[in-house]
Ligand binder design. Structure first.
Ligand code: SAM
Length: 219
């Protein structure tokens, strides 16, 4: 495992990178090897919690009745693949992922839970590289967080998703307050781009902060 001070330094570096993709890439390149162990120490609950809530919603919905295995899902900012592992455990089989960091993406591919993983892919240009409107669900965990991407970048996820498809995103409570994630989603809803189905507020994220989990539908 990373030493505690090195892990804290990398967490701090990533959270204070102001969305600079070069700084973020370098940070996650160094972190890829120890990321999973470090996040386990931080009691990172978000991937499993998101997948559990997504699964509950799908089980109650008539619109997705063909079974989880048939649903095409994209994990935006997949990192080392913690979300893919949680999805695979629930029976999702058709999972793609992409990440800014090549080294994190290689780890995700190695899990065997993803069909295709693209490394070195910035969310800002994902819509140019990935097939348009081809996913039933987009999930993004731990990416809409300080220093990473701005709330408005949800607009770069929407083109990947079919009309009526789901978009599920975690936003740390502090990020939601400081960056106005919820406000931005309300504006996108007013513009007719998406509908907010539910927001689970103040649920566990890491040992030191909770998050708000947004489940939305592309309009
Ligand atoms: C805290 S990690 C979360 C990874 C994974 N989703 C998880 O929950 O473990 C944040 C991830 O976002 C990726 N990332 C940051 N900025 C990005 C961007 N602009 N486009 C794509 N991925 C990005 C990082 O490389 C990193 O893998």
């Amino acid at each position: 495992m990373n030493s505690e001070t090195e892990a804290l330094r990398l967490i701090h570096e990533s959270l204070s990178s102001n969305g600079d993709t070069t700084v973020l890439s370098n940070c996650y390149r160094k972190w890829a090897e120890h990321y999973d162990a470090d996040l386990q120490s931080e009691k990172y609950a978000a991937p499993e919690l998101m997948v559990e809530k997504l699964n509950q919603y799908l089980c109650q919905s008539n619109d997705f009745a063909d079974g989880l295995g048939s649903l095409h899902i994209v994990d935006s900012g997949c990192g080392t693949g913690l979300v893919g592992a949680a999805l695979a455990q629930k029976g999702f089989e058709n999972i793609d992922g992409f990440d800014l960091s090549d080294e994190m993406a290689v780890k995700a591919q190695q899990t065997g839970d993803y069909k295709n993983v693209s490394g070195g892919l910035d969310l800002a240009s994902a819509k140019e590289q990935l097939p348009a409107q081809s996913y039933d669900i987009a999930i993004s965990c731990g990416v809409f967080t300080p220093g990473h991407v701005e709330p408005i970048q949800v607009k770069n996820i929407l083109p990947l998703v079919k009309k009526g498809g789901l978009v599920m995103i975690s936003a740390r409570v502090g990020y939601d307050n400081d960056y106005g994630f919820g406000r931005c989603m309300n504006e996108l809803e007013l513009q007719g781009a998406l509908k907010i189905l539910t927001c689970m507020s103040n649920y566990p994220y890491t040992s030191d902060e909770n998050a708000n989990y947004y489940l939305m539908q592309k309009q």
